[in-house]
Design a protein around this ligand. Structure first.
Ligand code: ZN
Length: 399
């Protein structure tokens, strides 16, 4: 047994504790509370972290490790379509060795910045062996694209990955639908069917660009051109009409086990659909800024009661994979909200979204002892100082 004491302990599941302590037994948390109470009669080792804050490991619900080798190779864009074109062209020029090396670097960056659980979106399965042997807990989403897959089918018929016995048996592997502009209704249904027979957890990029909204409403524009150039266009395509969330709901794709991602272009009607179906929305606000996707309507989403979590997206479309950066961005852009809300989005909410809150997301007895400390100077803006230090890489693992 070891007790970690610090000026602040942030359990997330409860208010900050001044002069707090966290007792760790093996790989589990045994007790959390004010040091004066928790340490009464305690005879184990005590580790004092001074003026810092102890907090749980972060939960990053949306990364693409396979794009890590694109770090610094795709410049920030004012227009999302330009970012997508640049990413597709640059990714196509990477060698398998570069992609593998990038995965390892991306994982290291996640771990060093305090992430303990990640939702990884893979297009090839290449990141899976890395995650399986690395320090991070994970859920692997194998992403499916197929706008032209219009006939009904079972997922392994078109995506052999899902026919592999080790995939069918894996607890932390799901199918993901890429986005409404790249996935046919038949593919959405096949993805949902495969997931429903297992953990049910699934993810989809949703309402990331105005081009996507226009395409769903009218069936033309940027994505018509892109799909035609890639040989995926469907001649008699009928656009589903306005409302990205309503479209997915009609396909049976929304619900408490679905993580929609981005949502920068969602409308008031969409917020209601997500809230009512208890669908998660993973915000990646710095990534949205990087790619030109716009800004998520955070106050409106909170007001509507949408379940929110956080992700960084990839190094093709963000400055780094440090989730404290997203919290800092939210804190600066929405100063009227209490800072602990953003920490909750990046920890407990993420763990709940991925169905792993029995192990991760807060400092509570019985949960994994996945915790770290961030040194603080004791300034007046507690949350601003915490997120700034975290974003500057001051996280240090202690359990
Ligand atoms: Zn993404």
């Amino acid at each position: 047994m070891i007790a970690h004491v610090s000026k602040w302990v942030l359990p997330v599941s409860g208010p900050p504790i001044r002069d707090g302590a966290v007792v760790v037994a093996g790989d589990r948390i045994a007790a959390v509370g004010p040091a004066a109470e928790v340490l009464a009669g305690f005879t184990g080792m005590i580790c004092d972290h001074g003026d810092g804050a102890i907090l749980p490991g972060l939960v990053n619900c949306h990364v693409h490790l396979e794009f890590s080798a694109l770090a610094g190779k795709v410049a920030p864009q004012a227009r999302w379509e330009d970012w997508l074109e640049a990413t597709l062209a640059t990714y196509g020029a990477l060698s398998p060795e570069e992609i593998e090396a990038g995965i390892a670097l991306g994982m290291e960056a996640l771990w060093q910045s305090g992430a303990v659980l990640v939702g990884e979106v893979t297009n090839t399965g290449a990141s899976w062996p890395h995650l399986e042997t690395g320090p991070l807990a994970y859920h692997l989403f194998y992403e499916c694209l197929g706008f032209d897959l219009v006939e009904t089918f079972d997922l392994p018929e078109k995506f052999p990955f899902f026919g592999r016995p080790e995939v069918a048996a894996a607890a932390w592997v799901s199918a993901a639908a890429h986005a409404p502009y790249s996935v046919s209704p038949a593919l959405f249904r096949a993805v949902a069917a495969w997931n429903t027979a297992r953990s049910g957890l699934q993810t989809v990029h949703l309402a990331e660009s105005q081009a996507e909204i226009d395409f769903l409403a009218r069936g033309n524009g940027f994505f018509e051109g892109l799909l035609k150039r890639r040989g995926r266009w469907v001649q008699d395509f009928q656009p589903p009409g306005p409302g990205a969330a309503a479209y997915l709901e009609g396909l049976g794709f929304l619900g408490p086990r679905t993580l929609t991602v981005h949502g920068t272009q969602l409308t008031a009607a969409d917020w209601g659909r997500l809230a009512e179906t208890k669908t998660w929305l993973v915000l990646c606000p710095r990534a949205n800024r990087y790619t030109g996707a716009g800004e998520p309507p955070v106050p409106e989403l909170l007001q509507a009661g949408v379940n929110l979590a956080l992700g960084t997206d990839s190094l093709a479309g963000n400055w780094d994979l440090n989730l404290f950066g997203e919290m800092l961005w939210l804190h600066r852009n929405f100063p009227a909200y209490p800072g602990d809300l953003w920490l909750r989005l990046g920890t407990l909410n993420g763990a709940q979204a991925m169905g792993r809150d029995r192990e991760f997301g807060s400092l509570e007895p019985g949960k994994k002892a996945a915790l770290g400390v961030i040194p603080l100077k004791g300034g007046r803006n507690f949350w601003g100082e915490l997120f700034t230090a975290g974003a500057a890489g001051k996280w240090r693992w202690i359990g």
